[in-house]
Every structure is written in C-alpha cells, then in structure tokens.
Ligand binder design. Structure first.
Ligand code: ACO
Length: 329
C-alpha cells in the first residue's frame, strides 16, 4: 500500500498586541535603530505583557489553523508544540493546548530543538502520517522568548520576540503532494553557542542562580551567524537534491526569521530569487520555533501560496540544530 502524503490543510498565527520598536530599545540599552536595522533587518517586535502566556497564543494560533482546515478539535490525533519557552517544565504545554482546544482524542507533547523546532516537529508529524498511525496532526511553534531576556544585554534583547504559529497537517492519498522531504541535523559539540543555563536540573532556580543571571538567554552571535549561513544553505541543497528540485524551481522560501542578513546570504548563495523569499522579521523579530509558521500563515492569508507551489522551509538554532523541509502545496 502507498504511503499517504502529509498536506497542509490550514495555517494560523497569533502575536501579542504590544509592540516594542528599535527606538524604544535605544532608550533601554546602548544601541540605535540604525544599528539594529542594518545588522538584523528588525524594526519592531511583539512582546507579551505581564500575565500573557505562551499557551494562550499557541491555542489561538491552533484554533485559527483548525478553522481554516475545517477540522473539528476532536478530529485531531496529535498535538506537537515546538518550543523552548514552555509555560512550565511540567506538564508539557502541548497538553494544556490539547485540553483548551478540546482536542479530546489527541496525544500531545512538546518538542525542543531551538529555533529549528518547527522543522523538527513538521518532520515528526510527517512520520506519523506516513506510517498511517495518525491522520490529523496539529503542529504548533510558539515562544515567549522575551521572558528570558536580559534587557541590559544589547546582543540578545534586540533580537528575540514572542508569538505563535500553527499548521494542520493531514493525510492525503494523492501522491507528490504535501511534505516531500525533510532533513534534520544537530551538533551538540557547539551547545554553548546559544544557551539558557539556569532553571533546569543542572542549575535549579535558586537566589544565587537568579543573581548570576543564569535564567537569561546567552548567545555567541557572530559565531552562530557564520555557521547558520553555511548550514542552512547545505541543508536546503540536501532536501532539494533528495526531491530532484532545482533551487530555481522553488516558488516560495520561508526561512526561520533569525536575521535578514542570514536570509539574504542564503537566498543568494542558493540562487532563489529575492521576490520568492518571504521576510517578515522587520515586524516580528526572531520568534524562534514560531517564526516559520507565523510567516507561512501571513503568506497564505495574503494569497501568496498556490496549489502545486514548491515551498522550502529552513531553520538553524540552539543545540546546535538545523533542518529543512520541502513541501508541494
Ligand atoms: N547595538 C549596537 N552595537 C552592538 C549591539 C547592539 N544591539 N550588539 C552588539 N554590538 C556591537 C558589539 O559589541 C561589537 O562591537 P565591537 O566591534 O566594538 O566589539 C559590534 O557591535 C559587532 O558585534 P557582532 O556580534 O560581531 O555583530 P554581528 O554583525 O555578528 O551582529 C547579531 C550580531 C545580530 C547577534 C548576529 O550575529 C546574529 O544575528 N547572529 C545569529 C543569531 C541566530 O541566528 N541565532 C540562531 C537562532 S536563536 C535560537 O535558537 C534560540
């Protein structure tokens, strides 16, 4: 028997209302709108208010994706929430989302793969659908990274932001549609490039750990940058080659929105035309696992995605991790 395809039936996103501009940041740390814009492409980002939770944005993104898909919550077999900023360590945020959505039949778990989390989750969902274990999988990428920012560290507080995006993946018997290939990689030897050392069992939260700022994100930005460009290019070439698709045949490239310069460099090295690269980092900042599904939902709702389009996704993040997916819409 043929393996079913995993097609995207619906997309959704949800962002906090509060906007933090580069000018706002320039009043908080030694930086400028000009520096942030030219080095990252970011002009403003969304920031959750006190009391707003990651799960609330994830639930809203998920329910918008379900509505577009025309799928009832009870028809969902599995909820995967890609995140590095769960509501709490126990239980998984995916279980909170599963309950609040009313996805009563669904299994649920969180997946942690840094900014590559959405690509990893997409790949996992694809395997469940291909093996016919599940028909409908809700894949969510959601983060409240600003809760872990040191607002006096200009190397990180200008980059990261909050939001959630989701897709409903569903089994389809037509061949050559949906997810064509995924590729996942990691290199734990470079784990110290992007870390949040505190709060886990290595450094449980104590007055001392908080005093030392171990609960803040730390990043070797420049080293990460160089590796990101090379690794994203390589993994994109890998999924394209596996599927027999040339870079020029990509209709839409939706990369993780980490830095506009990384995206520009990857696009031009690959030979994907600039107008085929979807960029929203100017307004969203780097929302880690959430950035690809937020960008995809925007593109979809703007009518930029058409049946038969070849869509390339790629990401790079903490772990280190990186990955790509190629999809026929
Ligand atoms: N404003 C002004 N100056 C700054 C700022 C700022 N906000 N931040 C750093 N600088 C200064 C530095 O101190 C340095 O000054 P110096 O030359 O006097 O020492 C200078 O600017 C250059 O610093 P670099 O770190 O070399 O700047 P770079 O061009 O690399 O840009 C950035 C920094 C934006 C962080 C970039 O390296 C980047 O985007 N890296 C990749 C991030 C990424 O992709 N992360 C992966 C995903 S994250 C995850 O998985 C959770």
């Amino acid at each position: 028997m043929n393996q079913p395809s995993a097609i995207v039936l619906g997309t959704g996103a949800s962002l906090p209302e509060k906007i933090l501009t580069n000018h706002d940041l320039a009043r908080m740390v030694e930086t400028s709108d000009e520096w942030i814009t030219t080095r990252t492409g970011i002009k403003e980002r969304r920031v959750a208010r006190e009391g707003e939770t990651m799960s609330q944005f994830a639930v809203q993104a998920g329910s918008r994706a379900l509505e577009m898909a025309g799928i009832a919550p009870a028809e969902i077999d599995l909820v995967i929430c890609a995140t590095v900023t769960p509501d709490m360590p126990i239980p998984s945020t995916a279980c909170l989302i599963q309950h609040r959505l009313g996805a009563s039949r669904a299994a649920a778990f969180d997946l942690s793969a840094g900014c590559s989390g959405f690509i990893y989750a997409l790949s996992v969902a694809h395997q469940f659908i291909r093996t016919r274990m599940y028909r409908n999988v809700l894949v969510i990428g959601a983060e409240l990274l600003t809760k872990y920012l040191d607002w006096s560290d200009r190397t990180t507080c200008i980059l990261f932001a909050d939001g959630a995006g989701a897709v409903v993946l569903s089994a389809d018997e037509r061949e050559g549609h949906g997810i064509l290939t995924t590729a996942l990689h990691s290199d734990g030897a470079l784990a110290d490039y992007i870390t949040l050392p505190g709060g886990g069992t290595l450094h449980p939260p104590t007055e001392e750990s908080v005093r030392q700022g171990l609960h803040f994100i730390k990043m070797k930005g420049n080293e990460t940058f160089k590796l990101a460009v090379r690794s994203i290019e390589d993994v994109c070439r890998e999924v394209l080659a596996t599927s027999g698709v040339r870079p020029g045949e990509v209709d839409l490239f939706v990369p993780h929105q980490a830095n506009a310069r990384i995206i520009d460099a990857v696009g031009s090295r690959l030979g994907v035309a600039k107008e085929k690269v979807y960029l929203n980092i100017e307004r969203t900042g780097n929302t880690s696992s959430a950035s690809i599904p937020i960008a995809l939902d925007e593109a979809n709702r703007k009518g930029l995605v058409h049946r038969g389009d070849r869509i390339l996704f790629a990401a790079f993040g903490a772990g280190l991790t990186w990955g790509a997916a190629l999809l026929r819409w």
